[in-house]
Write a protein that binds this ligand. Structure first.
Ligand SMILES: Cc1cc2nc3c(=O)[nH]c(=O)nc-3n(C[C@H](O)[C@H](O)[C@H](O)COP(=O)(O)OP(=O)(O)OC[C@H]3O[C@@H](n4cnc5c(N)ncnc54)[C@H](O)[C@@H]3O)c2cc1C
Length: 396
C-alpha cells in the first residue's frame, strides 16, 4: 500500500480510538456528538477524498472506503457525518464544480472550517426527487432560491450545502424545466434549519439530521454547480459515491458485531460452559463472519469499479458498472449489517437488548442504511432493470 494511504488509515485508527469513549457517552446521553469534527480535524480526516491541490489527502476510493469501514465500527452515527461532509458534500463540488467553486469551498472543507451537506430530499420528494418543489430564479448577478429540504444529514451544522431546485419561471409542461444544482451558504439571510431531536429518532441520536428552508436565499452566479439543467445527473452521480460510503460503513458495523459477539461468547458461561461452545451460538458467529466476508468482497469490487470509472470519466460503460455495483454493494451490505447486528444482540441475550452495549446501538443505527441513499425498493428496481434490460425499468 502506498505510504499516503497507510498514513491515512493510521490516522483513522487514532481518530477511532479517541472517539469511542466520547461517542459512548454522547449516545448514553442521547445528544449530538460535538467532538467528531474537532477530532477529525486533529487527525486531518476532513479532506480524505479532497484533491491535495485543494488541501485534502487525495485518497482513492479503495483507501477511502477502508477508512469508512474502520469508522463504521465506531457506529453508523460517526460514519454518517463523514458521508454527509465528504461522500455527498465535497464529492459533487470536486467532481462537477468550477475551479472558482472548488477554490471557494474545498480548502476550507478539508480544514474543517466549512462543514458540508447534501440536500436533495424534500417533505414531498424522497424516492422520486423529480417531485421536488424547490425553485430558483435568476436575479442580478446570481440566483434566488426558495424551498424546503428534509432529513438532511449534517443539515443543522453545515456551513454550506449542495442543493437542487427547478427553475421558477417555467411551467411543468416545459421540457426546458430541468433541475439544477447549487452550493448555498448557511450563514446568510433566508436560511433556517431545524434539527431533529435525538428523542424522535429510532437511531443515530448522536448525529445531526435536520430540515432546512431557503426563503429568498440569494447566491452568486458562481455557486451554480455544473451547468444549469444538470442537477439530476449530478444528484444521481453523487448517490453512487454516497451508496459506497454506506456500504463501507455497514462493513465496519459487521466487523464490530463479529468482534463483540465473539468476545462475549467466549466469556459468558451458561450450562457449565462458555456459550461459544454451544453450537447454536457458533451458528451466529459463522453467519456474521460470512456476512463480513461477502460484504468485504462486494465493497472492494465496487470501490475498484468506482476508481476505474473515475479514471475514465468519458466512458459510459464504466460509469454504469460503478453505478450498479455501488447499488448492489449498498443493498447487500445494509441487509448483512442489519442481520449481523441482530445476531450479535442475540448472542448478548438480555444485555444485547440494552443500548449500553454496542450490538443494540448498531441494530438501531444501521436500520437507516436500508432507507437513505436509495431505499431497498428503489435499489431492487435498479438491480432488476440491469438484469432485465432498460425497457423493463419500473419507472423513468
Ligand atoms: C437519518 C436520515 C438521513 C438522511 N440524510 C439525507 C441527506 O443527507 N440528504 C438527502 O437528500 N436525503 C437524506 N435522507 C432522506 C432519504 O434519502 C429518504 O428518506 C429516502 O430517499 C426515502 O424517501 P422518503 O423518506 O420520502 O420515502 P418515500 O419516497 O415516500 O418512500 C416510502 C416507501 O415507498 C417506497 N417506494 C417509493 N417509490 C417506490 C416505487 N416506485 N416502487 C416501489 N417502492 C417505492 C420506498 O422504497 C419506501 O419504502 C435521510 C434520511 C434519513 C432517515
Amino acid at each position: 500500500m502506498e505510504r499516503d494511504a497507510e498514513r491515512l488509515l493510521e490516522d483513522v485508527e487514532a481518530f477511532c480510538r479517541e472517539i469511542r469513549p466520547i461517542e459512548e457517552l454522547a449516545y448514553a446521553e442521547r445528544r449530538y456528538n460535538d467532538q467528531v469534527i474537532p477530532l477529525a480535524q486533529k487527525h486531518n480526516l476532513l479532506g480524505m477524498i479532497i484533491d491535495p491541490a485543494y488541501g485534502g489527502r487525495g485518497a482513492d476510493t479503495v483507501t477511502y472506503l477502508k477508512a469508512l469501514s474502520r469508522i463504521g465500527r465506531e457506529g453508523t452515527t460517526v460514519r454518517t457525518f463523514f458521508s454527509g461532509h465528504l461522500s455527498i458534500g465535497a464529492y459533487p463540488i470536486q467532481t462537477w464544480g468550477s475551479e472558482t467553486l472548488k477554490r471557494k469551498y474545498l480548502p476550507r472543507a478539508a480544514k474543517g472550517e466549512c462543514i458540508l451537506a447534501f440536500g436533495l430530499t424534500e417533505p414531498e420528494a424522497g424516492s422520486n426527487p423529480r417531485q421536488m418543489t424547490s425553485t430558483y430564479r435568476r436575479q442580478g448577478e446570481g440566483y434566488v432560491l426558495n424551498g424546503v429540504k428534509y432529513l438532511i444529514s449534517n443539515g443543522g451544522i453545515a456551513d454550506a450545502i449542495v442543493v437542487f431546485a427547478y427553475p421558477a419561471d417555467l411551467p411543468e409542461s416545459d421540457p426546458r424545466r430541468r433541475i439544477s444544482a447549487f452550493v448555498i451558504d448557511t450563514h446568510v439571510p433566508g436560511f433556517e434549519a431545524e434539527s431533529f431531536t435525538a428523542q424522535a429518532k429510532l437511531g443515530l441520536p448522536t448525529s445531526n439530521t435536520a430540515m432546512f428552508s431557503m426563503h429568498e436565499l440569494y447566491i452568486p452566479a458562481e455557486n451554480l454547480l455544473g451547468n444549469e439543467g444538470e442537477g439530476f445527473r449530478i444528484a444521481m452521480g453523487t448517490l453512487v459515491s454516497g451508496r459506497l460510503s454506506v456500504a463501507a460503513g455497514c462493513l465496519g458495523v459487521i466487523e464490530d458485531c463479529l468482534a463483540e459477539a465473539s468476545q462475549y461468547a467466549k466469556e459468558r458461561v451458561q450450562h457449565g460452559k462458555e456459550i461459544a461452545r454451544h453450537q447454536l451460538v457458533q451458528e451466529h458467529i459463522a453467519m456474521i463472519e460470512m456476512a463480513r466476508v461477502a460484504t468485504a468482497a462486494l465493497v472492494h469490487q465496487a470501490a475498484l469499479a468506482k476508481d476505474r470509472a473515475s479514471a475514465h470519466p468519458q466512458d459510459p460503460a464504466l460509469a454504469r458498472e460503478a453505478d450498479l455495483l455501488a447499488a448492489q454493494a449498498k443493498f447487500f451490505a445494509s441487509h448483512a449489517a442489519w442481520d449481523a447486528a441482530d445476531r450479535a444482540v442475540q448472542v448478548f441475550g438480555g444485555r444485547g437488548w440494552s443500548t449500553l452495549y454496542r450490538p443494540a446501538r448498531h441494530l438501531a443505527d444501521v436500520r437507516v442504511c436500508r432507507i437513505y441513499e436509495g431505499t431497498d425498493e428503489i435499489l431492487k428496481l435498479k438491480i432488476a432493470a440491469a438484469v432485465l434490460g432498460k425497457e423493463w425499468e419500473a419507472f423513468h
